[in-house]
Design a protein around this ligand. Sequence first.
Ligand code: FE2
Ligand code: FE2
Length: 322
Amino acid sequence: MLDAADETRPFLTELEPTVARLLDRHLAQSKEWFPHELVPWSRGRDFEPGWEWSPDEATLPDEVRSSLFVNLLTEDNLPYYFRTIESAFGRDSAWGEWNRRWTAEEGRHSIVIRDYLTVTRAIDPVTLERARMAQVSCGQVPEPETPHEALVYVSLQELATRIAHHNTGKLLDEPIGYDVMKRVASDENRHYLFYRDLASAGIEIDPSTMMLAIESQVRDFEMPGTGIMDFGTHARAIARAGIYDFLVHYEHILVPVVLRHWGVEGLTGLNDEAERARDALLKRIERIGKAGRRLAARREESAALAESTAQAEPADLVSQSA
Ligand SMILES: [Fe+2]
Ligand SMILES: [Fe+2]
């Protein structure tokens, strides 16, 4: 990670009026909300000494538990995201003001999700707390190399987080849990809009460097949460549930943001290296779309097979016993 006081300073300075404008827009569009008003406290009770969690505490598919676990631990890792953003963009002016406001909002997310999970007992609080200690102790987060890369990463990551929270909320199958996740997702949406539009302004200032950044961030994109214990297993479960997978990534991020909003295909004024990066980017996006469709189709086939097997079994038993 470069220090913000290096050769990227002119780029950051030129973007500063846009940061101030987008921060004002963000503040005007944000509505104050309180975690305690969304949490169903009446469902909570004391945790007796020696009590041990079991999945029967709350009926939820394992995939949804995985998603809640990863989503909350990602929010818990806020100190390191703050550090990444402050190193990339600096602590002064509207940049610093945005980062501190963003941090305060993200803190609200972990408060509301943890309180919801504690009273509903949807996840083992002991496992969760140990995982939080491990996660924050290891201090691992994606660390984009330059402010250009950071702008692209946070745009994609905030949108990915919004989608993951919202899809998780839908699978909770209860209005209170859905409202918690929806409220968090709507904050993530405003964060995404802030960064997306800031990245657009960055593209106008320095299209070639931004194109290189977009190509490299799409190539290496990972959902936040890479330092979480068993992250790979949880990420596969989250994909299995269709909460966040290649197809979602392609249809809801790469196409609407990278192709349509940033309009990478039609960008002009690129140097040779950026032209080559654009070619590679477009090919990669196409490949991700194809892989996403193939994997989603395969998952649907195995789900249909599992369902037909489950339906066939009782009949088979009847015919065998007749
Ligand atoms: Fe968040
Ligand atoms: Fe966010």
